[in-house]
Design a protein. Structure first.
Length: 237
């Protein structure tokens, strides 16, 4: 299904002025409005019960950016859903605008809206994405490290120096050994850093895969089983 959403994001701007030896700080809250197209999948049981459901946020790669929401169905979970696969969780698949990267502010606001309007189990929110979406997965977890129950970046990249911020978070990383777009080392350095601080990380390398390490990953039922085994366990639904 296709949905169009208008999301409000509050940004706090701090301005300072100096007068002799006195520093005056002025704070002003400015709200900006952004919009996001996204695909929303609800499990078949959603309309048949009142229970709360886990949620998976799927982030596509750079090739699916733009204004044609159908492009989001080219890979990953939206592709599988379009082919008729059923999942036991809500799936949210936004589209990134052309020539931009994933905005953690926009993604967080989108999740806020979905939580406000659907029965989402806040203990079991997961993020996964491929390539640019793998980078977005890392970035979102680092920006809000206590919101998610688990993440699964696929052939993504991030900043190793801050990786220990999410050492408590269950993470399953996937990458192709022969990737000539995002090198395997991009995941390896994150894994090494996380292991150095006792991070909860798993690492799957496909020896013969180039950049497309996502087809095998998202066809693997073990990924979804692993997601559903992870829970924060400390939030009201």
């Amino acid at each position: 299904m296709k949905y169009f959403s208008t999301i409000l994001i509050s940004i706090l701007l701090i301005a300072s002025s100096f007068s002799q030896q006195t520093v005056h700080n002025f704070s002003k809250e400015i709200k900006i409005t952004v919009s996001a197209d996204y695909l929303l999948y609800l499990p078949k049981e959603y309309s048949e019960s009142e229970k709360y459901f886990p949620l998976v946020l799927f982030l596509h790669g750079s090739g699916e950016r733009g204004t044609d929401i159908e492009k989001v169905k080219i890979h990953g979970l939206p592709k599988l859903i379009a082919e008729g696969k059923e999942f036991p969780f809500i799936v949210v698949s936004p589209q990134c605008p052309e020539e931009m990267f994933w905005s953690t502010d926009v993604l967080s606001a989108l999740l806020d809206e979905i939580e406000a309007n659907y029965r989402v189990d806040k203990n079991r929110i997961y993020v996964t994405g491929l390539s640019m979406g793998g980078h977005g997965t890392w970035s979102l977890a680092l920006a809000d490290p206590n919101r998610f129950a688990a993440i699964a970046p696929v052939c993504g990249w991030s900043v190793p120096s801050v990786a220990c911020t999410i050492k408590h978070l269950p993470i399953w990383v996937f990458h192709g050994a022969k990737d000539n777009v995002v090198p395997l080392s991009a995941s390896e350095v994150m894994i090494e850093r996380l292991k150095s601080c006792d991070g909860k990380v798993k690492f799957t390398v496909y020896p013969e895969a180039n950049h497309d390490s996502w087809t095998e990953t998202y066809n693997n039922e073990e990924l979804y089983k692993w997601f559903l085994e992870q829970s924060l366990g400390n939030k009201d639904k």
